[in-house]
Design a protein around this ligand. Structure first.
Ligand SMILES: Cc1cc2nc3c(=O)[nH]c(=O)nc-3n(C[C@H](O)[C@H](O)[C@H](O)COP(=O)(O)OP(=O)(O)OC[C@H]3O[C@@H](n4cnc5c(N)ncnc54)[C@H](O)[C@@H]3O)c2cc1C
Length: 436
């Protein structure tokens, strides 16, 4: 079976790896000039660092399993610290224990005021903000839940789906405060929550793609059914080439997937077109010397009106960065609906983010170097009703043989989740050929 995978991000590469391991003949068609999608290494101040995603959740197996499968075990590391802070009310305050922002302690370090109410859990989906504010008050949403969701989804709690983005909160039930306290008290230490790779998680795409046929600068423009097979139109509009395959995995973000599927799976395409994305930018600074702060970084509640939404002190978080002897800090800017914030040049963005870092940390020297990495359409927004939308997409795709989709638009934006979606897409195709 010859399979084309459209998109060489982590989802597409995971699908390609699984297909290849299962005996398929795989071709990855990547529209840009590099593989990896939101995983990217770049040079700042003479150091090679992650400019996009930089850690993986280790509580799910897929990320670590893939690293193991491609021989990266000896590079897997855990953060030196995961102690985070919230920058609010004018100071950095240690993040109290929470379940996704739901307080699991009465001592919130002055971050938020809790106004507890016991309210039944609704049957249908609601926004995270609606659910939490009814039970704990708006301040907990604004100063704890919102910054955490902003960190993962670059989204807003009043728009994000409870069921799709915070099922852990929904599972706490009607009495959030008591349930979160009990959950944290009963949690047994089960190993580190996060992992990374020495040299950056940006090393993963290359290792996964090793031995797989990849074509770069190969934008797929159209996917057409040809009897039992598929014909893909690939390349520049002025020089389109046809690629014929038995099956296709569309691993491109929702807007591109919607265009590509408009003929083959119109209901799926329609639902995909409704998924919005947030654009973000990461500004990486390399300094000779750092702040006295020794945590992994901080999150900022949007109500505080700062330019940056979070900062990671990579040289505190990762031993391999610390070993360079430099201080490395990443500031992230931009949430859904805040595109105007990013409509400024790199010099201005760098200066404004640095001013925020100085307000939060106190004195910082002039950076040796800095770099702005923009991620236009970086993170899909799982709006209220997202899971129904994904059900519609998956039902429609399931009616078309030899066609699969995967990626961050569907059931999880994190690296392990997109790997899982790539693997599942690959297995459905492999199982389909075995059944046939
Ligand atoms: C700044 C940032 C930081 C993040 N940090 C973390 C983190 O620390 N940990 C974590 O777990 N997750 C993180 N995430 C989320 C995670 O990295 C992404 O959700 C995930 O990598 C997306 O993988 P993907 O394969 O679905 O999509 P993408 O990475 O977007 O890959 C899709 C690929 O498809 C290609 N493509 C698009 N259209 C076409 C076409 N028509 N033809 C051919 N190719 C096409 C694109 O060029 C791209 O390479 C972060 C995301 C961002 C933006």
């Amino acid at each position: 079976m010859r399979v084309a995978v459209v998109g060489g991000g982590m989802a597409g590469l995971a699908a390609a790896h699984e297909l290849s391991t299962g005996g398929a003949d795989v071709l990855v068609l990547e529209g840009s000039s590099r593989i990896g999608g939101k995983l990217l290494l770049g040079e700042v101040g003479g150091l090679t660092l992650d400019l996009g995603a930089e850690s993986i959740l280790a509580r799910r197996p897929e990320g670590l399993d893939l690293m193991h499968a491609v021989g990266l075990d000896d590079r897997v590391v855990n953060p030196r610290t995961t102690d985070a802070a919230i920058w609010t009310h004018g100071s950095l305050r240690p993040m109290p224990p929470t379940v996704m922002g739901i307080p699991a302690s009465n001592d919130l370090n002055g971050i938020a005021v809790v106004d507890p109410h016991v309210v039944d859990v609704p049957d249908g989906d609601v926004s995270v903000a609606e659910f939490v504010s009814a039970r704990l008050g708006a301040d907990v949403v604004d100063r704890l839940v919102e910054p955490l969701l902003g960190g993962v989804y670059a989204g807003h709690a009043d728009q994000l789906s409870l069921q799709a983005t915070a099922p852990q909160i929904a599972a706490l039930g009607s009495d959030l405060l008591t349930a979160a306290t009990t959950a944290r008290a009963g949690a047994t230490a089960s190993g580190p929550v996060f992992a990374g790779l020495v040299g950056g998680v940006g090393r993963l795409p290359g290792a996964v793609a090793d031995g797989i046929e990849v074509r770069l600068d190969a934008t797929v423009r159209e996917i057409a059914r040809m009897g039992d097979a598929w014909r893909l139109s690939v390349g520049l509009t002025t020089d389109v080439e046809s690629v014929d395959v038995d099956a296709v995995v569309v691993a491109a973000p929702a807007p591109a997937a919607a265009r590509l599927l408009s003929e083959a799976a119109p209901d799926a395409a329609f639902a995909l077109a409704a998924i919005d994305y947030a654009s973000v930018a990461i500004v990486t600074y390399v300094f000779d010397d750092g702040p006295s702060f020794d945590g992994s970084g901080f999150l900022v509640p949007p109500v505080d009106g700062t330019f940056i939404k979070a900062a990671t002190v990579s040289s505190n978080k990762w031993g391999w960065v610390r070993d360079t002897g430099r201080t490395v800090i990443r500031a992230s800017v931009g949430r859904a609906g805040e595109a105007t914030l990013l409509q400024t040049n790199d010099t201005d963005l760098t200066a404004r983010a640095l001013a925020d870092l100085r307000s939060a940390f106190g004195a910082l020297p002039e950076p040796i170097d800095s770099l702005v990495q923009r991620w236009g359409g970086g993170l899909p927004q799982y709006a209220v009703g997202h899971l129904d939308r994904i059900d519609t997409i998956e039902r429609d795709i399931a009616t078309v043989s030899g066609l699969e989709v995967c990626g961050a638009a569907y059931r999880g934006v994190g690296i392990p989740a997109v790997i899982a979606s790539g693997w599942a897409a690959a297995r459905r195709l492999l199982d389909g050929t075995m059944d046939a």
